[in-house]
Design a protein around this ligand. Structure first.
Ligand SMILES: [Zn+2]
Ligand SMILES: [Zn+2]
Ligand SMILES: [Zn+2]
Length: 318
């Protein structure tokens, strides 16, 4: 590895300011589409700036942090590649639409078919029969058009992930994408920027989810976690069992049953989904916090005992 790191990092203000210019964005996009370094004149021609002096000024501003100058020409640094990747992940030719569509996937609670819908870079999941995991209803703009009971949660997916896939494949891609993100987040690494995440747990002390959802907290599980990045704007929260995605004991248990969460297939996904969601929860103590989560695959059980911040303190199979 050669050390040609920029002399210093940019502040967020500087980075936004640098990118707020058409020519500079065009330079990044052009370099993002080439394998080899591009010479100054070639790059200027491709970007289409007639004025060489002006072009030089803009290229110069990018060089260091976003662009690297080598003897052979200019190329993107990793930061420049990330800008282009971020733009392309959301910039598909047509904004993809996936209206609520029933797919051939069973609800992990009741077995009824689920429906998926794509909105705001999320694949939302709804059960067509049971109350789902959260008592969230849809946005007010939609009330009356369909009663979106049975909300089961969502998986993040950039718009590019919807293109060229049927609804079943969108769901699989979203599950996989979300699981990778979740595993990083559960391990305390921000899936957007890699910085440290702050994590806290919440417990509904009056929890009663006998009928499916608790009236006090509106959730199926009493324990929820909240994550927020110490550096970027990433934040996330969810039910405790999914916050245990990085547990080696859990991953080992799933793999022993032929369930690889890092390579879900059409066949394994219903069982994987069920393993992560049909979990028995027992809050042992709130101060200090301790809870037990029992995962099941077939007749086999794995119980994870967790303490503060959802750290696994014991794992037991039965
Ligand atoms: Zn259901
Ligand atoms: Zn509750
Ligand atoms: Zn972050």
């Amino acid at each position: 590895m050669t050390d040609d790191s920029p002399a210093r990092t940019l502040s967020p203000d500087e980075a936004f300011e640098l990118l707020g210019n058409e020519t500079r964005v065009a330079i990044l996009r052009t370099l993002g589409g080439t394998e080899d370094p591009v010479s100054f004149s070639d790059l200027r021609e491709r970007v289409g700036t007639a004025d060489s002096g002006r072009f030089n000024y803009h290229l110069d501003r990018l060089t260091g942090h976003f662009v690297r100058k080598r003897a052979e020409g200019y190329e993107l640094r990793r930061a420049g590649e990330r800008v282009v990747e971020a733009v392309l992940s959301g910039a598909v030719t047509d904004a993809p639409v996936l209206e609520r569509t029933q797919i051939d996937q069973p609800c992990h609670f009741c077995g009824a078919p689920v429906a998926v819908r794509f909105r705001e870079e999320r694949v939302e999941l709804y059960c067509t029969e049971c109350p789902g995991s959260y008592s969230r209803t849809s946005s007010p703009t939609e009330s009356g058009t369909d009663a979106p009971g049975g909300y089961l949660g969502y998986h993040p997916l950039p718009p590019a992930g919807v293109a060229d896939r049927d609804p079943e494949a969108v769901f699989r891609a979203a599950w996989f994408w979300g699981h990778l993100e979740l595993t990083a987040a559960a391990a305390g690494v921000c899936p957007r920027c890699s910085a440290t995440l702050d994590r806290s747990t919440r417990v509904c002390e009056a929890h009663d989810a006998g009928a499916g959802l608790c009236e006090t907290c509106g959730r199926r599980y009493a324990v929820a976690f909240d994550l927020s990045c110490t550096n970027c704007i990433y934040d996330e929260s969810g039910a405790a069992p999914v916050g245990l995605a990085d547990s080696g004991a859990l991953v080992g248990f799933l793999l022993d049953h032929g369930l690889n969460p890092f390579a879900p297939t059409a066949e394994s996904l219903p069982r994987l989904n069920r393993a992560f969601h049909d979990v028995t929860e027992r809050v042992v103590s709130t101060d200090p916090f301790e809870a037990r989560f029992t995962f099941a695959v077939g007749d086999d059980r794995l119980t994870l005992t967790v303490g503060e911040d959802l750290q696994v303190v014991d794992a037991e199979r039965a």
